[in-house]
Design a protein around this ligand. Structure first.
Ligand code: 4AD
Ligand code: MG
Length: 468
């Protein structure tokens, strides 16, 4: 096969007169009498390259017959200045090889705009559209910016397991993993499933978070992060929840809540800055076609200091908004409630108009591992709330005191024996430490303005959806 150039490269740097070869998929085909205009896209950028095939090319009529939208082609020719609007250069085809034909009549992606809902039903083809193409390029740029951020700061990237025996969040939202034949599960004397006969000899699950293992590694390397898939069996059919999502979790030894907040803020600023640089065209597209606040939001993240308030203050502000008649909420507000998405969005979107970090939540509504504050009622938790999205990051300073942690595990009715190694970290060389988890898809949603989280992950897993 000929050496090819990526279309992105050609569009920005290609010179008229250059001979080159491209490979890609036909987006549109428009025939006039003696020419056919073919737009070819190879996924490297939003814009494709305009190709002009004249009747001089070998087998013109038959070739044009074979090329429908969606067909895969290799085209060689000479680059020329484009007389038409919309592109600087175009390719005058000399030879066209068709790898795979496509019947433009039945091809599910037609030139009109399709709903995102329809596109989800053709998950194997939707990445070939402008919007999903832009989303997945931005997703890639976010991931690279994240690794760059941590690498610059000397964090070690650690891979934490997907199969686990412990419930990090203690919320019981885990998917069970088993080798049992579900039609004949071995039982014990009490008639309950006998997990000693299962693959691991005990119940096993898909992890909800890599945090507990990240803490182990932070106790050896000081600063680490994990970036991997996590799973939640919560049955929330919302535009912000997935059953399988990716999480970025830094964990830092010798760090308190304030250092944790500082890192979270610097982290988001870095990722937004980088993506604006590397995906300028895609970001401009989102701003124009998806949500006209995308660029303003990105600049707001980069340039504003995040608001930092305590949970108690947040409840006061929400109560004030209700009492003054400024705002009504579906869910009632009082000290002790878990903040609902509508509350989070009010704070970030309407009141402060920028990200808000809420700290020191009531111990009762947060996970067992969060450090108990001196008031005995609240824990050193932090949630970063973003306009439009609500909670995008959840984190905490961890409980490093053995006796307090034991009490918290008991209070949460968790089986203490399962956490023996986690408690051991507090027996041998414990240190103040902190970390957080960023929902990667929520970040991509926030970045692109996409309304539904299912449209920012290539293959979404949600209740009743497991295709592709
Ligand atoms: O707040 P969460 O549950 O925190 C943890 O799991 C901690 N162990 C993280 C840590 O401290 N290392 O989840 C973290 C983030 C949330 O803020 C949210 O952005 C995202 O993960 N998230 C989800 N994203 C998509 N679909 C879901 N079902 C999600 N649940 C949480
Ligand atoms: Mg949370």
């Amino acid at each position: 096969m000929a050496t090819t150039q990526r279309i992105k490269q050609i569009l920005t740097a290609g010179q008229p007169g250059e001979n080159l070869t491209i490979q890609g998929w036909v987006r549109t085909k428009r025939a006039s009498k003696k020419f056919t205009f073919i737009e070819v896209n190879d996924g490297s950028s939003m814009n494709g390259l305009q190709v002009i095939a004249s009747e001089d090319i070998p087998d013109y009529a038959a070739q044009m017959e074979r090329i429908g939208t969606g067909a895969s082609v290799e085209i060689s020719g000479q680059l020329a200045e484009s007389p038409g609007k919309g592109q600087r250069v175009e390719l005058q085809a000399e030879t066209i090889e068709v790898f795979g034909e496509s019947d433009g009549e039945t091809y599910p992606l037609q030139k009109k705009r399709h709903s995102f809902e329809f596109l989800r039903s053709i998950g194997h083809l939707r990445s070939r559209t402008n919007t999903l193409g832009a989303v997945f390029r931005v997703r890639d740029a976010c991931a690279k910016a994240i690794h760059e951020f941590f690498s610059d700061r000397d964090f070690l990237w650690m891979h934490t397991p997907i199969l686990t025996a412990s419930d990090c969040e203690g919320a019981g939202e885990m998917f069970t993993v088993t080798r049992f034949n579900l039609d004949s599960i071995p039982t014990d004397a009490a008639g309950k499933a006998d997990y000693s006969q299962d693959f691991f000899g005990k119940p096993a699950y898909l992890t909800v978070s890599g945090q507990l293992e990240a803490e182990i590694m932070a106790m050896a390397f000081s600063n680490v992060y994990t970036f991997g898939p996590t799973f939640r069996a919560e049955n929330s059919n919302t535009a912000r929840h997935l059953a399988e999502f990716w999480m970025v979790e830094p964990e830092m030894a010798f760090c308190n809540l304030e250092g944790n907040m500082d890192l979270a803020e610097a982290f988001l600023k870095h990722v937004f800055t980088r993506v604006l640089e590397t995906c300028a065209d895609d970001m401009a597209f989102f701003n124009k076609r998806i949500d006209d606040t995308v660029l303003a939001t990105a600049n707001n993240i980069i340039n504003s200091d995040f608001e930092r308030i305590t949970y108690t203050e947040a409840i006061r502000l929400l109560t004030k908004a209700i009492d003054s008649g400024d705002k009504t909420f579906e869910y009632p507000v009082s000290w002790g409630i878990d903040l609902q998405s509508e509350h989070e969005r009010y704070l970030a979107e309407e009141l402060f108009k920028k990200p808000v970090i809420v700290t020191d939540y009531p111990a009762e509504i947060k996970a067992f591992y969060m450090r108990l504050n001196d008031d005995g009622k609240t824990v050193a938790a932090m949630d970063v709330l973003a306009p439009r999205i609500g909670e995008i990051i959840g984190g905490a300073q961890r409980e490093e005191r053995l006796d307090v942690l034991e009490r918290r595990i008991e209070a949460a009715s968790l089986p203490k024996e399962d956490y023996w190694w986690y408690l051991d970290l507090r027996r041998y060389g414990t240190v103040p430490h902190a970390g957080f988890g960023l929902g990667f898809e929520r970040l991509v949603q926030f970045m692109t303005g996409m309304a539904n989280i299912r449209d920012v992950i290539p293959f979404p897993r949600t209740p009743d959806n497991l295709d592709f």
